[in-house]
Design a protein around this ligand. Structure first.
Ligand SMILES: [Zn+2]
Length: 235
């Protein structure tokens, strides 16, 4: 027989573990809808997809990406990092001048620990990014994407208070991890159907040649065109 105090401690440990799991699993589940509203697809009756490009602007890629989008008459939403917007304001403005959307992707993109963000930290990251985009482009963001798609209840709460729609994705080539244009495009197109939100990145990857992101985008747009898809920004 175990003393009652030990049983009590074991029960409370089990309860703490269960409570932690209830918090952690949905937080680390990308684009999880359990803590709040998040869109990962959009309604459409046309053969179209929503192209989203994260982590810019970036002097190595943004201009080339904009040129390719123009060549293919494609539109995209850029989920920008506020710090980058302040560092390269001309590129943020170029995104807008080219008819694309610029939205909030936090100020400093702390990808490794944003999943555990407190309400205060999330508020700071989201507000500073909003202010950076507004001061540089004159545009007030109305959408937010969490770094790596990890968002806890505090992040959802801040986004709701700031009137930001949380946006996830449903077609990713994992180009933030393993980079090979053919593999990225194959993964994106594997399950592609109209109404999906495509995720691409424009940040530089260690060891990757400058312009590789643009190269992938060009090939992806060619593939989408060959399959009869157009890109759109849902209203
Ligand atoms: Zn990101």
């Amino acid at each position: 027989m175990y003393p009652i105090s030990i049983i009590g401690r074991q029960c409370s440990s089990a309860f703490a573990l269960a409570a932690s799991s209830l918090f952690l699993i949905p937080t680390l589940w990308r684009n999880c809808p359990l803590f709040g509203d998040i869109i990962t697809t959009f309604e459409t009756s046309k053969r179209e997809v929503w192209l989203t490009i994260d982590d810019g602007p970036n002097p190595d890629e943004t201009s080339a990406i904009l040129n390719i989008l123009k060549e293919h008459n494609a539109r995209a939403t850029f989920f920008a990092i506020g710090r980058n917007v302040l560092r390269w304001p001309h590129l943020a403005n170029l995104i807008v001048e080219n008819g694309h959307q610029i939205q909030n992707h936090t100020f400093s993109h702390n990808a490794s620990f944003f999943w555990g963000a407190s309400s205060k930290f999330a508020q700071k990251e989201i507000t500073l990014c909003n202010e950076a985009i507004l001061s540089v482009t004159g545009i007030q963001p109305n959408q937010f994407r969490a770094p790596v798609g990890f968002a806890n209840p505090f992040v959802h709460g801040v986004a709701e208070r700031e009137n930001l729609q949380m946006v996830g994705w449903s077609a990713s080539g994992n180009d933030g991890i393993s980079y090979n244009p053919e593999n990225v495009i194959r993964r994106i197109c594997r399950t592609l159907i109209p109404g999906k939100i495509i995720l691409l990145h424009e940040s530089s990857l260690h060891g990757q040649q400058r312009g590789n992101r643009a190269h992938t985008l060009r090939n992806l747009l060619l593939r989408l065109e060959s399959e009869g898809y157009q890109t759109t920004i849902p209203s």
